[in-house]
Design a protein around this ligand. Sequence first.
Ligand SMILES: [Zn+2]
Length: 391
Amino acid sequence: MTRKIGAKVVMPVSGEPIRNGVVTFDEAGRVTAVSGENGFDPACPGDVEVYDGVLTPGFVNTHSHLELAYMAGVLPPGTGLAGFIKRVMESKFTFPEEVQRKAIADADKHLWESGVQAVGDISNTTVSFETKKNSPIKYVTYAEIFDFMAGMSTEAAMQQGEEVVAQAERMGLEAYVTLHATYSVSDKLFGAWHEMKHTGCLSIHYRESLADDELFDRTGPFWDYFQEKGFELDFLNDGSSTNRILRHIPANRRVLLVHNSNVTASDIEQMKAKYERLSWALCPMSNLYIEGKLPPVELMSAYNLNLTIGTDSLSSNTDLSMVAEMRALAEGFNLPLPVVLRWATLNGAKALEMDREIGSFEVGKTPGAVLIEGLDEALRFTPTTSSRRLI
Ligand SMILES: [Zn+2]
Protein backbone atom coordinates (compact mmCIF):
# COMPACT_ATOMS: atom_id res chain seq x y z
CA MET A 1 0.00 0.00 0.00
CA THR A 2 1.20 3.48 -0.85
CA ARG A 3 1.86 5.70 2.15
CA LYS A 4 1.94 9.47 2.09
CA ILE A 5 3.73 10.73 5.17
CA GLY A 6 3.55 14.40 6.05
CA ALA A 7 5.30 16.30 8.82
CA LYS A 8 5.74 19.84 10.05
CA VAL A 9 9.24 19.67 8.61
CA VAL A 10 10.60 17.10 6.14
CA MET A 11 14.40 16.83 5.93
CA PRO A 12 15.24 15.17 2.60
CA VAL A 13 18.99 15.64 3.42
CA SER A 14 19.73 15.81 -0.32
CA GLY A 15 17.91 19.18 -0.38
CA GLU A 16 16.58 21.99 1.81
CA PRO A 17 14.13 21.32 4.68
CA ILE A 18 10.48 21.38 3.54
CA ARG A 19 7.77 22.98 5.75
CA ASN A 20 4.62 20.83 5.79
CA GLY A 21 6.22 18.44 3.33
CA VAL A 22 5.00 15.02 2.21
CA VAL A 23 7.03 11.99 1.15
CA THR A 24 5.23 9.22 -0.75
CA PHE A 25 6.38 5.61 -0.50
CA ASP A 26 5.25 2.54 -2.46
CA GLU A 27 4.51 -0.79 -0.75
CA ALA A 28 8.21 -1.73 -0.93
CA GLY A 29 9.17 1.45 0.93
CA ARG A 30 10.59 3.07 -2.20
CA VAL A 31 10.25 6.85 -2.43
CA THR A 32 7.98 7.77 -5.34
CA ALA A 33 7.53 11.50 -4.66
CA VAL A 34 8.79 14.31 -2.43
CA SER A 35 6.50 17.34 -2.23
CA GLY A 36 7.40 21.02 -2.09
CA GLU A 37 6.44 23.41 0.75
CA ASN A 38 2.87 22.95 2.00
CA GLY A 39 2.42 19.56 0.39
CA PHE A 40 -0.62 19.05 2.61
CA ASP A 41 -3.23 21.22 4.30
CA PRO A 42 -2.92 20.77 8.10
CA ALA A 43 -6.65 21.54 8.47
CA CYS A 44 -7.60 18.87 5.94
CA PRO A 45 -4.78 16.36 5.34
CA GLY A 46 -6.93 13.87 3.39
CA ASP A 47 -4.96 10.67 2.71
CA VAL A 48 -1.73 12.08 4.18
CA GLU A 49 -0.57 10.64 7.55
CA VAL A 50 0.50 13.75 9.41
CA TYR A 51 3.04 13.91 12.25
CA ASP A 52 4.01 16.72 14.57
CA GLY A 53 7.76 16.40 14.26
CA VAL A 54 10.62 16.22 11.79
CA LEU A 55 10.58 13.48 9.15
CA THR A 56 13.99 12.15 8.14
CA PRO A 57 15.46 9.20 6.23
CA GLY A 58 16.74 6.28 8.30
CA PHE A 59 20.06 6.76 10.09
CA VAL A 60 23.38 5.12 9.25
CA ASN A 61 25.46 4.15 12.27
CA THR A 62 29.00 3.76 10.94
CA HIS A 63 30.63 2.37 14.06
CA SER A 64 29.25 -0.11 16.53
CA HIS A 65 30.23 -3.36 18.22
CA LEU A 66 26.95 -5.28 18.59
CA GLU A 67 29.01 -8.08 20.07
CA LEU A 68 29.71 -6.02 23.19
CA ALA A 69 26.06 -5.24 23.90
CA TYR A 70 26.08 -7.53 26.92
CA MET A 71 28.64 -5.26 28.56
CA ALA A 72 26.12 -2.47 29.18
CA GLY A 73 26.94 -0.86 32.51
CA VAL A 74 29.85 -3.24 33.21
CA LEU A 75 32.75 -0.82 32.72
CA PRO A 76 32.97 2.44 34.64
CA PRO A 77 33.21 5.75 32.74
CA GLY A 78 36.23 8.04 32.87
CA THR A 79 39.00 5.42 32.91
CA GLY A 80 40.80 6.75 29.82
CA LEU A 81 41.32 4.50 26.79
CA ALA A 82 44.19 2.44 28.21
CA GLY A 83 42.24 1.71 31.40
CA PHE A 84 39.19 0.87 29.31
CA ILE A 85 41.02 -1.53 26.97
CA LYS A 86 42.65 -3.23 29.91
CA ARG A 87 39.24 -3.85 31.49
CA VAL A 88 37.73 -5.04 28.18
CA MET A 89 40.58 -7.51 27.68
CA GLU A 90 40.14 -8.81 31.21
CA SER A 91 36.35 -9.15 31.30
CA LYS A 92 35.57 -10.29 27.76
CA PHE A 93 33.72 -13.53 27.13
CA THR A 94 33.11 -14.28 30.77
CA PHE A 95 29.36 -14.04 30.12
CA PRO A 96 27.39 -17.07 28.87
CA GLU A 97 26.79 -17.06 25.13
CA GLU A 98 23.02 -16.97 25.54
CA VAL A 99 23.35 -13.77 27.57
CA GLN A 100 25.48 -12.29 24.78
CA ARG A 101 23.01 -13.37 22.08
CA LYS A 102 20.04 -11.91 23.93
CA ALA A 103 21.82 -8.56 24.43
CA ILE A 104 22.79 -8.51 20.73
CA ALA A 105 19.21 -9.20 19.63
CA ASP A 106 17.87 -6.50 21.96
CA ALA A 107 20.40 -3.97 20.69
CA ASP A 108 19.55 -4.76 17.06
CA LYS A 109 15.82 -4.33 17.77
CA HIS A 110 16.42 -1.03 19.54
CA LEU A 111 18.57 0.26 16.67
CA TRP A 112 15.90 -0.65 14.12
CA GLU A 113 12.98 0.81 16.06
CA SER A 114 14.82 4.05 16.72
CA GLY A 115 15.39 4.46 12.99
CA VAL A 116 18.77 2.95 12.09
CA GLN A 117 18.82 1.68 8.49
CA ALA A 118 22.40 0.48 8.18
CA VAL A 119 25.32 -0.22 10.51
CA GLY A 120 29.07 -0.62 10.11
CA ASP A 121 29.65 -3.21 12.83
CA ILE A 122 32.87 -4.55 14.27
CA SER A 123 33.01 -8.30 14.98
CA ASN A 124 35.76 -10.30 16.64
CA THR A 125 33.67 -13.47 16.54
CA THR A 126 30.56 -14.77 14.77
CA VAL A 127 28.25 -14.52 17.80
CA SER A 128 26.23 -11.61 16.33
CA PHE A 129 25.78 -13.11 12.84
CA GLU A 130 22.47 -14.88 13.39
CA THR A 131 20.92 -11.59 14.56
CA LYS A 132 22.50 -9.62 11.72
CA LYS A 133 21.34 -12.12 9.13
CA ASN A 134 17.72 -11.95 10.28
CA SER A 135 17.66 -8.21 10.90
CA PRO A 136 15.92 -5.67 8.64
CA ILE A 137 19.01 -3.49 9.22
CA LYS A 138 21.71 -3.65 6.52
CA TYR A 139 24.93 -4.62 8.27
CA VAL A 140 28.48 -4.28 6.99
CA THR A 141 30.70 -6.42 9.19
CA TYR A 142 34.32 -5.55 9.89
CA ALA A 143 36.06 -8.68 11.12
CA GLU A 144 38.55 -7.04 13.40
CA ILE A 145 41.94 -8.53 14.14
CA PHE A 146 44.88 -7.69 16.35
CA ASP A 147 47.79 -9.89 17.22
CA PHE A 148 50.26 -9.09 19.98
CA MET A 149 47.74 -7.44 22.26
CA ALA A 150 45.56 -10.55 22.07
CA GLY A 151 48.58 -12.75 22.73
CA MET A 152 48.24 -14.21 19.23
CA SER A 153 50.68 -14.83 16.44
CA THR A 154 50.21 -12.72 13.32
CA GLU A 155 49.26 -15.84 11.35
CA ALA A 156 46.64 -16.88 13.89
CA ALA A 157 45.09 -13.39 13.88
CA MET A 158 44.96 -13.41 10.06
CA GLN A 159 43.41 -16.84 10.02
CA GLN A 160 40.80 -15.77 12.55
CA GLY A 161 39.90 -12.74 10.40
CA GLU A 162 39.53 -14.87 7.28
CA GLU A 163 37.38 -17.42 9.09
CA VAL A 164 35.05 -14.77 10.49
CA VAL A 165 34.65 -13.22 7.03
CA ALA A 166 34.06 -16.64 5.43
CA GLN A 167 31.31 -17.39 7.93
CA ALA A 168 29.75 -13.95 7.32
CA GLU A 169 29.73 -14.59 3.58
CA ARG A 170 28.18 -18.02 4.01
CA MET A 171 25.37 -16.26 5.85
CA GLY A 172 24.97 -13.61 3.16
CA LEU A 173 26.55 -10.75 5.13
CA GLU A 174 28.92 -8.20 3.58
CA ALA A 175 32.21 -8.42 5.48
CA TYR A 176 35.82 -7.19 5.43
CA VAL A 177 38.87 -8.01 7.48
CA THR A 178 39.99 -4.93 9.39
CA LEU A 179 42.71 -3.94 11.84
CA HIS A 180 41.70 -2.91 15.34
CA ALA A 181 43.93 0.09 15.92
CA THR A 182 47.34 1.57 15.31
CA TYR A 183 48.59 0.54 18.75
CA SER A 184 47.33 -3.07 18.92
CA VAL A 185 48.73 -4.56 15.72
CA SER A 186 52.32 -5.65 15.05
CA ASP A 187 54.32 -4.26 12.18
CA LYS A 188 54.08 -7.61 10.46
CA LEU A 189 50.28 -7.67 10.57
CA PHE A 190 49.94 -4.02 9.55
CA GLY A 191 52.17 -4.74 6.57
CA ALA A 192 50.43 -8.00 5.63
CA TRP A 193 46.81 -6.82 5.87
CA HIS A 194 46.50 -5.50 2.34
CA GLU A 195 47.57 -8.83 0.88
CA MET A 196 44.73 -10.66 2.60
CA LYS A 197 41.45 -11.36 0.85
CA HIS A 198 38.47 -9.15 1.71
CA THR A 199 40.30 -5.93 2.53
CA GLY A 200 38.11 -3.60 0.50
CA CYS A 201 37.53 -1.40 3.53
CA LEU A 202 39.66 -0.62 6.55
CA SER A 203 37.68 0.58 9.58
CA ILE A 204 40.26 1.43 12.21
CA HIS A 205 40.20 3.05 15.66
CA TYR A 206 42.35 6.12 15.15
CA ARG A 207 43.70 8.79 17.49
CA GLU A 208 41.11 7.98 20.15
CA SER A 209 43.46 8.82 23.00
CA LEU A 210 46.67 10.77 23.49
CA ALA A 211 48.03 7.59 25.07
CA ASP A 212 48.23 5.91 21.65
CA ASP A 213 50.61 8.57 20.40
CA GLU A 214 52.56 8.84 23.64
CA LEU A 215 53.55 5.23 22.98
CA PHE A 216 55.89 6.43 20.28
CA ASP A 217 57.76 8.45 22.95
CA ARG A 218 57.80 5.38 25.21
CA THR A 219 55.58 7.01 27.77
CA GLY A 220 51.93 7.22 28.89
CA PRO A 221 49.35 4.69 30.08
CA PHE A 222 49.52 2.40 27.02
CA TRP A 223 53.29 2.18 27.28
CA ASP A 224 52.98 1.33 30.98
CA TYR A 225 50.31 -1.31 30.32
CA PHE A 226 52.26 -2.95 27.49
CA GLN A 227 55.42 -2.96 29.61
CA GLU A 228 53.52 -4.56 32.47
CA LYS A 229 52.20 -7.27 30.12
CA GLY A 230 55.61 -7.78 28.54
CA PHE A 231 54.35 -7.01 25.01
CA GLU A 232 57.06 -6.24 22.48
CA LEU A 233 56.39 -3.21 20.33
CA ASP A 234 58.04 -3.49 16.95
CA PHE A 235 56.43 -0.46 15.34
CA LEU A 236 57.77 2.51 17.25
CA ASN A 237 59.94 3.62 14.35
CA ASP A 238 56.76 4.54 12.46
CA GLY A 239 56.71 7.56 14.76
CA SER A 240 52.97 8.18 14.94
CA SER A 241 49.56 6.60 14.45
CA THR A 242 49.11 8.61 11.28
CA ASN A 243 52.37 7.39 9.79
CA ARG A 244 51.46 3.79 10.55
CA ILE A 245 48.37 4.03 8.39
CA LEU A 246 50.02 6.05 5.64
CA ARG A 247 52.98 3.67 5.42
CA HIS A 248 51.04 0.43 5.35
CA ILE A 249 47.60 0.97 3.87
CA PRO A 250 47.49 1.33 0.07
CA ALA A 251 45.78 4.37 -1.48
CA ASN A 252 43.21 2.27 -3.33
CA ARG A 253 41.51 1.04 -0.14
CA ARG A 254 38.36 2.55 1.33
CA VAL A 255 39.29 3.92 4.77
CA LEU A 256 37.01 4.73 7.71
CA LEU A 257 38.84 6.45 10.56
CA VAL A 258 37.02 6.00 13.84
CA HIS A 259 37.05 8.42 16.82
CA ASN A 260 39.63 11.01 15.66
CA SER A 261 39.61 12.62 19.11
CA ASN A 262 43.10 14.06 18.79
CA VAL A 263 43.35 14.53 15.06
CA THR A 264 45.37 17.54 13.82
CA ALA A 265 45.28 19.64 10.67
CA SER A 266 48.40 17.86 9.46
CA ASP A 267 46.84 14.40 10.01
CA ILE A 268 43.75 15.44 8.06
CA GLU A 269 45.74 16.89 5.18
CA GLN A 270 47.95 13.81 4.85
CA MET A 271 45.00 11.40 4.98
CA LYS A 272 43.06 13.44 2.44
CA ALA A 273 46.05 13.58 0.13
CA LYS A 274 46.46 9.81 0.10
CA TYR A 275 42.96 8.29 0.28
CA GLU A 276 40.20 9.11 -2.14
CA ARG A 277 37.51 6.99 -0.50
CA LEU A 278 37.98 8.35 3.02
CA SER A 279 35.40 8.79 5.77
CA TRP A 280 35.59 9.78 9.42
CA ALA A 281 33.36 8.37 12.16
CA LEU A 282 32.56 10.52 15.19
CA CYS A 283 31.42 8.70 18.34
CA PRO A 284 30.96 11.61 20.77
CA MET A 285 29.05 9.78 23.51
CA SER A 286 31.70 7.06 23.68
CA ASN A 287 34.48 9.66 23.74
CA LEU A 288 32.77 11.45 26.62
CA TYR A 289 32.32 8.12 28.42
CA ILE A 290 35.90 6.94 28.08
CA GLU A 291 38.08 10.02 27.77
CA GLY A 292 35.74 12.85 28.80
CA LYS A 293 36.40 14.90 25.67
CA LEU A 294 35.05 15.49 22.18
CA PRO A 295 36.96 15.37 18.87
CA PRO A 296 37.99 18.68 17.21
CA VAL A 297 34.84 18.93 15.12
CA GLU A 298 35.34 22.62 14.24
CA LEU A 299 38.71 21.79 12.71
CA MET A 300 37.35 18.74 10.89
CA SER A 301 34.37 20.69 9.54
CA ALA A 302 36.73 23.13 7.86
CA TYR A 303 38.08 20.41 5.56
CA ASN A 304 35.02 19.22 3.66
CA LEU A 305 35.44 15.67 5.01
CA ASN A 306 32.88 12.89 4.81
CA LEU A 307 31.99 13.07 8.51
CA THR A 308 29.76 10.29 9.81
CA ILE A 309 28.38 9.21 13.19
CA GLY A 310 28.66 5.99 15.18
CA THR A 311 27.30 4.93 18.55
CA ASP A 312 30.22 2.64 19.41
CA SER A 313 29.19 -0.13 21.83
CA LEU A 314 27.22 -0.41 25.04
CA SER A 315 30.49 -1.07 26.85
CA SER A 316 31.29 2.64 26.42
CA ASN A 317 27.88 4.21 25.96
CA THR A 318 24.65 4.25 27.96
CA ASP A 319 22.46 3.90 24.86
CA LEU A 320 22.76 3.13 21.15
CA SER A 321 21.01 6.33 20.13
CA MET A 322 21.82 8.28 17.00
CA VAL A 323 19.76 11.15 18.46
CA ALA A 324 22.01 11.27 21.52
CA GLU A 325 25.10 11.34 19.27
CA MET A 326 23.66 14.13 17.10
CA ARG A 327 22.64 16.09 20.20
CA ALA A 328 26.13 15.85 21.70
CA LEU A 329 27.64 17.21 18.48
CA ALA A 330 24.97 19.87 17.93
CA GLU A 331 25.29 21.14 21.51
CA GLY A 332 29.06 20.75 21.73
CA PHE A 333 29.77 22.70 18.56
CA ASN A 334 26.64 24.81 18.08
CA LEU A 335 25.63 22.99 14.90
CA PRO A 336 22.15 23.10 13.35
CA LEU A 337 20.06 19.95 12.87
CA PRO A 338 20.55 19.71 9.07
CA VAL A 339 24.33 19.51 9.48
CA VAL A 340 24.43 16.72 12.06
CA LEU A 341 21.54 14.93 10.36
CA ARG A 342 23.52 14.78 7.11
CA TRP A 343 26.40 13.16 8.99
CA ALA A 344 23.95 10.67 10.54
CA THR A 345 22.33 9.70 7.22
CA LEU A 346 23.72 10.45 3.75
CA ASN A 347 27.38 10.73 4.74
CA GLY A 348 27.15 7.43 6.62
CA ALA A 349 25.53 5.83 3.58
CA LYS A 350 28.44 7.10 1.44
CA ALA A 351 30.96 5.63 3.88
CA LEU A 352 29.28 2.22 3.57
CA GLU A 353 28.80 2.74 -0.20
CA MET A 354 25.04 2.42 0.17
CA ASP A 355 24.14 5.95 -0.88
CA ARG A 356 22.42 4.81 -4.05
CA GLU A 357 19.81 3.05 -1.91
CA ILE A 358 19.57 4.90 1.40
CA GLY A 359 20.57 8.10 3.22
CA SER A 360 18.14 10.65 1.72
CA PHE A 361 14.60 11.12 0.45
CA GLU A 362 15.17 10.87 -3.29
CA VAL A 363 12.86 9.15 -5.74
CA GLY A 364 13.89 5.52 -6.21
CA LYS A 365 15.68 5.10 -2.86
CA THR A 366 14.46 2.93 0.03
CA PRO A 367 15.83 5.03 2.90
CA GLY A 368 13.24 4.24 5.61
CA ALA A 369 11.32 7.01 7.33
CA VAL A 370 12.01 8.25 10.85
CA LEU A 371 10.19 10.76 13.01
CA ILE A 372 12.26 12.95 15.31
CA GLU A 373 10.12 14.36 18.12
CA GLY A 374 10.77 16.71 21.01
CA LEU A 375 12.92 19.31 19.24
CA ASP A 376 12.24 22.94 20.20
CA GLU A 377 10.66 25.53 17.89
CA ALA A 378 14.05 26.39 16.36
CA LEU A 379 14.66 22.64 15.73
CA ARG A 380 17.30 22.43 18.45
CA PHE A 381 17.74 19.23 20.44
CA THR A 382 16.25 19.11 23.95
CA PRO A 383 16.72 16.55 26.74
CA THR A 384 13.54 14.79 25.57
CA THR A 385 14.29 14.60 21.84
CA SER A 386 13.70 11.07 20.55
CA SER A 387 13.31 9.17 17.27
CA ARG A 388 11.05 6.38 16.07
CA ARG A 389 10.70 4.48 12.84
CA LEU A 390 7.63 4.95 10.66
CA ILE A 391 8.83 2.85 7.70
ZN1 LIG B 1 34.99 0.89 18.54
